[in-house]
Design a protein around this ligand. Structure first.
Ligand code: G6Q
Length: 546
């Protein structure tokens, strides 16, 4: 395999990065009045401004050369046409087929999957309508008032993030709750106020073997049967979403209550599939479809827009630029929107599980830094906490600021205040505050020169800290669909540039097996002495302190 580092475009970027490290964004803005219009894109559902990055016309041209050298466009066609680009698991990657709104066939091994997708969507519509309109009855003939979605990782984060974000669009006749943690505290707290007669469980697990989910589902079944005094109640209160029908039926879920899923949908890309059932129940099928439509608009933008105006392509390239070439180690996601409070956690999984790897798709060790650690928080809360680090820490953390022109719930002048902070922060991170400015300000306040000498160095902000700004009109199901798809495609582009198989997750699989061995140690009388001394000591302590 030819390493990316041997590409002329990569080598030019390497040398160019050294030059750019000497530049300040303040000068780049001062020398180019067109910078904003040059480095911003009107994408479906939002404006994407990337002008506050340490880049020039030359940087962008070189990055686009790299995208061409890496054949991003060719790989994109392979993904959309159903080629098995998930090489290590030998699978196609077709979450885009789930939101395909055209009749264009999508072929997997020569079979058009559109029909299966439509069938599954019809199933979601019929079932969610029944539950919402009070036609699905529990064992005592009562309508459903609460849905508990049991699942973890990709079978949890997407639906929970979306239902939280779009809460305003629900009519709230039915509440949706989530149980992902095997810590009994969570399920106990969720079940405590609920009435078994009016509670429906959706067990979401692509494999139907994930022990945390199976444990929670078993506890939920016991809770239901203890109240109903009848195992037949399970069929009225349990449905499953899984690609493993056999395991789901063996678990006790009635076959007609199993929603199909396919191996060509990765867990972290699956909210568009039947995994989105809790979304459809909570928000209504029309809103679920609007979410799919928004994502489909982004798919079209990604496929049809030239690379230089293609938002996910530019985002993927900038991530590589900031991380691999300029040396940033982490990236922060800052939504200025209360409803998007789960977005950082969602994107953390999407990006880090996809590209947090150090082996290339040909099985060779990767010699360059791949993706940054992703983290984040609601912007305003972050401002009063970790922004200190963003402004003055001695590592640079590129930031994505996400906000809306219109508030979801306008209250007095809250939105102006919120968004003033939003714009001011991106500006301050870019511009910084020079020592001269600090001295001027303190002098104007009447501070003595000796006091100014003491405090001035602490008030200097170097600036030159990159950020992207994503500005939606308003957080709607369509806009959210488009925003999520933007990040999905950014992650895809990153993977191609880095030569990473973005669609496997061996590090997560490792964790799934590890705990079983320890669980056996916890339930046996003694601890085996072939463990390392730390694990041996900890297990013994835990067992004797119980
Ligand atoms: C996602 C990952 C992982 C997975 C969970 C749950 O891409 O593979 O987060 O979704 O481990 O797996 P199941 O859906 O099989 O229970």
């Amino acid at each position: 395999m030819t390493s990316r580092t041997s590409l002329p475009s990569w080598q030019k970027l390497d040398a160019h990065a050294e030059e750019m490290k000497q530049q300040h964004m303040v000068d780049l803005f001062a020398n180019d009045s067109e910078r904003f219009s040059k480095f911003s894109i009107k994408a479906p559902q939002f404006l994407f401004d990337y002008s506050k990055n340490l880049m020039s016309d030359e940087t962008r041209a070189l990055l686009l050369d790299l995208a061409k050298d890496c054949d991003v466009e060719g790989w994109r066609s392979k993904m959309f046409s159903g080629e098995r680009i998930n090489k290590t698991e030998d699978r196609a990657v077709l979450h885009t087929a789930l939101r395909n709104r055209s009749n264009k066939p999508t072929l997997v091994d020569g079979e058009n999957v559109n029909e299966d997708v439509q069938k599954a969507l019809n199933h979601v519509k019929a079932f969610s309508d029944k539950v919402r309109y009070g036609e699905w009855l529990g064992y005592s003939g009562e309508c459903i008032t609460d849905v508990v979605s049991i699942g973890v990782g990709g079978s949890n984060l997407g639906p929970q993030m979306v239902t939280d974000a779009l809460n305003e669009y629900a009519n709230n006749d039915i509440q949706v709750h989530y149980v992902s943690n095997v810590d009994g505290t969570q399920i106990a707290n969720v079940l405590r106020p609920l009435n078994p007669e009016t509670t429906l469980f959706v067990v979401s697990s692509k494999t139907f073997t994930t022990s945390e989910t199976m444990t929670n589902a078993t506890t939920a079944m016991e809770w239901l049967v203890a109240a109903a005094f009848d195992k037949n109640a399970i069929a009225k209160h349990f449905v499953a979403v899984s690609s493993n029908k056999e395991k789901a039926t063996a678990f006790g879920i009635a076959e007609e209550n199993i929603f199909d899923m396919w191996d060509w949908v990765g867990g972290r890309f699956s909210l568009w599939s039947t995994i989105g059932l809790p979304i459809a129940i909570y928000l209504g099928f029309e809103n679920f479809v609007a979410l799919l439509e928004g994502a489909n608009e982004m798919d079209k933008h990604f496929c049809e827009t030239p690379l230089e105006n293609n938002a996910p392509v530019i985002m993927g390239l900038l991530s590589l630029w900031n991380t691999t070439f300029l040396g940033s180690q982490s990236q922060v996601i800052l939504p200025y929107d209360q409803s998007l409070h789960m977005l950082p956690a969602y994107l953390q999984q999407a990006e880090m599980e996809s590209n947090g790897k150090s082996t290339s798709w040909d099985g060779e060790a990767i010699e360059y830094t791949t993706v940054p650690a992703l983290w984040g928080e609601i912007g305003i809360n972050g401002q009063h906490a970790f922004y200190q680090y963003l402004h003055q820490g001695n590592t640079i953390v590129p930031a994505d600021f996400i906000g809306s022109v219109q508030s979801l719930i306008p209250v007095n002048n809250h939105h102006e205040i919120l968004m003033s902070n939003f714009f001011a922060q991106t500006q301050a991170l870019m511009q910084g505050v020079t020592e001269e400015q600090v001295r001027e300000e303190l002098t104007a306040k009447g501070m003595s020169p000796s006091d100014i000498d003491k405090v001035a160095p602490h008030k200097v902000h170097k600036g030159n800290r990159p950020s992207n700004t994503i500005l939606m009109q308003k957080l709607t199901p369509k806009a959210l669909g488009s925003l999520i798809a933007l990040y999905e495609h950014k992650i895809f582009v990153q993977g191609i540039l880095l030569q990473i198989c973005s669609f496997d997750q061996w590090g997560v699989e490792l964790g799934k097996g590890l705990a079983n061995k320890i669980q056996a140690e916890l339930t046996s009388d003694t601890v085996s002495d072939n463990l390392d001394s730390s694990t041996y000591g900890l297990l013994n302590y835990f067992k004797s302190a119980r």
